[in-house]
Write a protein that binds this ligand. Sequence first.
Ligand code: XMP
Length: 310
Amino acid sequence: MDCEKFVEEQIAHIKETVSRAKAINALSGGVDSSLVTVLGHRALGDRLRTVFVDNDLMRKGEPERVVRTFASLGIPVELVDARQEFLSALAGLTDPEKKRQAVTDTFYSKVFARLVRESNARFLLHGTILTDIEETVAGIKRQHNILAQLGIDPKDSFGYSVIEPLKTLRKDDVREVARFLKLPAEICERIPFPGPALATRIVGEVTAERLETVRTATAIVEEELADSGAFQYLAVLLSDRATGIRDNKREFGQIIVVRCIESTDARTATVTPLSWDKLNRISERITAINGVNRCLYDLTPKPPATIEYV
Ligand code: XMP
C-alpha cells in the first residue's frame, strides 16, 4: 500500500472535518489506537485530547510505559485512574461474558462517556479497522458503534461525530503504516493483547490480589518468551487450587497455565513446541510467585480451545 498517500489523506481529512473544534481519543497502547493517536495529533496538535484509562487490568508498568513512549514522540497522553471503578464493576462476577460486559460497560458508559462530556470535544477519533467492521457485520463481534456504546444518540445530540481513519485497513496495513511513521517497535510489533486485558486471563473472580498474581506471571512469561518468535504467549490464573509443599508445610496453592501459540490470524492456532529447558525455567519462576505452587503448559490447539481462557 502507499503509506505516504494514506497518511497525507487521513491527516487532511481529520483537519478538514474537525476544523477549529476539539477532538478526543482513547489510547490503549495497541497498534490501532496508537496509529490513530499519531495521525490525530499531526492533524490537530493540542486540539486532540488523548486519554489512557488505567483499568487495573493492564500488564506490569504498561500505563506508565505508554505515556512515556508517547511523550518521547512529543504527544501528551493523559493517564486517567479508573482502577477502582473497574474493580467494583467486576466484583463478584465469575461468568466470562458478564465479566467482559462489565469491562466494556465501565469503559464506554461510565469512564469514557464522562471524559467525552467533560472535554467539550465534538469529535471522537476511533481505531476501528476493516476486520472489526466485517466481524461486526458477520455477527462475530459485538457492535463497534462507539456513540451507541457511549449512550450518545447521534440524532438527539447532534454535534458528536466519530472519525475512523483506519476503517479501510487490515491489521497488516496498520502495522505497515505504523512502521512507515517510525513508531517504536514495541508498538508496531506488539503481540496481540485483548481489549478486556487481564480479565480474560483470570478464571473466576477478578480481584486486585488475583490481578497482581496474573500480572506477575504474565511479566515472567513475556520476558522468557520474548525471543520465541511465537504469535502470542500468555499466563492464565485458574480458579481451582492444588495441594503442594512449601517450606515443609502443606499449601493449597494457586495454579498458573502458560500458553504459547503459533497462528497467522488467531482464528486457528497450534501450540509452540518449547524446549524442556525453557519450560522448566518458566515453571521455576512461576512457582516462586507468592501462593502459586503449580505451573501447567497448555498443549491444546484452537480449535477446540480458544486462545484466551475467558
Ligand atoms: P480467542 O480467545 O477468541 O482469541 O481464541 C482470539 C484472539 O483475539 C484476542 N482477543 C481479543 N481481542 N478484544 C480484543 O481486542 C477481545 O475482547 C478479545 N478477546 C480475545 C486474543 O488475545 C487472541 O489473539
